[in-house]
Design a protein around this ligand. Structure first.
Ligand SMILES: NC(=O)c1ccc[n+]([C@@H]2O[C@H](COP(=O)([O-])OP(=O)(O)OC[C@H]3O[C@@H](n4cnc5c(N)ncnc54)[C@H](O)[C@@H]3O)[C@@H](O)[C@H]2O)c1
Length: 259
């Protein structure tokens, strides 16, 4: 029998860009990666929020810098990606996380606007960031892309069609790029979070959250942002070198549950 190879479980020293990192799962991801010794580019539309998260990380002894980045702005993406690589000397990992809540009926007069915005922020942005970062990823020893979709990509809720369409698009983008970039050793995976306690779900009353989680999930509760961030970290380890094109629910068993 051949020896079992010891694969690295360390991301120390790697550079990661996290979008939408001022809040929720993006913030938790920035903290989890920094805690493991990565250099973290904390990017968000909300520049003050990004600064706050970068300061929190620095206070805990981590390496982070904040950038204001609206992921719907193509020019800004190229500028920030270039700045991050120049500042940290490399760019190894992309976490496409920024997202918004979009609730609109199919016959609403603002539907087209909602559709355009949902796709710009939660689908088009992903491919633009990946294309912008590709030259750097190609030079990395551990090139990883993680796209955050949603269980709404796998099963849907009424009045959320632009959101569901964007998130389902992310699963297609993930699989296609995994196949296209696989020969270069670049892995592309997708996480579908279920109900998670973040700013997006803050407005849902606690009793509704409890009833929903008990009725729909196997674990009977909402998840915490850190529980998604740790799956993102797992997908980015050097040891996760044979995992690509996967669409992984992190949902407390929501998609597994039938009754
Ligand atoms: N919370 C949930 O239950 C849940 C479930 C499934 C999927 N998701 C997805 O997880 C991701 C993170 O969401 P969250 O729940 O942590 O929400 P959140 O509101 O806590 O965080 C989202 C972050 O994205 C930022 N953002 C919004 N528009 C942006 C833009 N144009 N450019 C850059 N940043 C922008 C916000 O400023 C915010 O900091 C989103 O893609 C969301 O769709 C969330």
């Amino acid at each position: 029998m051949s020896d079992v190879k010891q694969l690295s479980r360390s991301i120390a020293g790697l550079t990661v860009v996290v979008t939408g990192a001022a809040s929720g799962m993006g913030r938790a991801t920035a903290h989890v990666f920094a805690g493991e010794g990565a250099k973290v580019a904390v990017t968000d539309f909300d520049g003050d929020g990004a600064n706050r998260v970068a300061s929190e990380i620095a206070e805990r002894g981590g390496v982070a810098q904040a950038w204001t980045l609206d992921v719907a702005d193509r020019t800004a993406i190229d500028t920030v990606v270039g700045d991050v690589a120049a500042q940290f000397g490399a760019l190894d990992i992309i976490v496409n996380n920024a997202g918004i809540s979009v609730r609109v009926a199919i016959d609403d007069p603002t539907y087209d606007e909602a559709w355009g915005h949902a796709l710009a922020v939660m689908l088009t942005a992903h491919q633009r960031i990946i294309r912008s970062a590709l030259p750097y990823l190609r030079r990395s020893q551990c090139p990883r892309i993680v796209n955050i979709a949603s269980t709404e990509a796998l099963g849907a809720t009424a009045l959320h069609s632009p959101y569901s369409a964007a998130k389902a698009g992310v699963t297609g983008l993930t699989r296609s790029l995994a196949v296209e970039l696989g020969r270069e050793g670049i892995t592309v995976n997708c996480i579908c979070p279920g109900p998670i306690r973040t700013a997006i779900t803050d407005r849902i009353p606690e009793e509704h959250k409890t009833i929903y989680a008990k009725r729909r999930t196997a674990l009977g509760r909402y998840g915490f942002p850190e529980e998604v961030a740790h799956m993102t970290l797992s997908l980015c380890l050097p040891a996760a070198s044979f995992l690509t094109g996967a669409v992984i629910p992190v949902d407390g068993g929501l998609m597994a549950r039938n009754a």
